[in-house]
Design a protein around this ligand. Structure first.
Ligand code: ZN
Length: 84
């Protein structure tokens, strides 16, 4: 028994699990530096990129609340008007 050398999943016959074998082939095809650069550019976010993503999520949440008539916010607003 082996542990996959990349993700640590238990393997019986190989040093790499099925998914990591694909990752390793990509790594061998494009080279470590290029793959590392692509992963850093695509998967990692700097502060500015994080703020863009946070704003996108906030916008999606606001739009979802407006589209859904029976959401908690709509219920609270209705009750707030009734009590005034
Ligand atoms: Zn693996």
């Amino acid at each position: 028994m082996f542990e996959c050398r990349i993700c640590g999943e238990t393997q019986y016959y190989q040093y790499y699990c099925e998914d990591c074998s694909i990752i390793r082939r990509i790594l061998l095809t494009y080279g470590r530096e290029e793959v590392k650069e692509i992963l850093e550019r695509v998967c990692l976010r700097n502060k500015k990129q994080m703020n863009y993503k946070i704003n996108d999520i906030k916008k999606e949440k606001d739009q979802a609340e407006q589209a859904e008539p029976n959401s908690d916010e709509t219920y609270k607003k209705k009750n707030a008007i009734k009590t005034q």
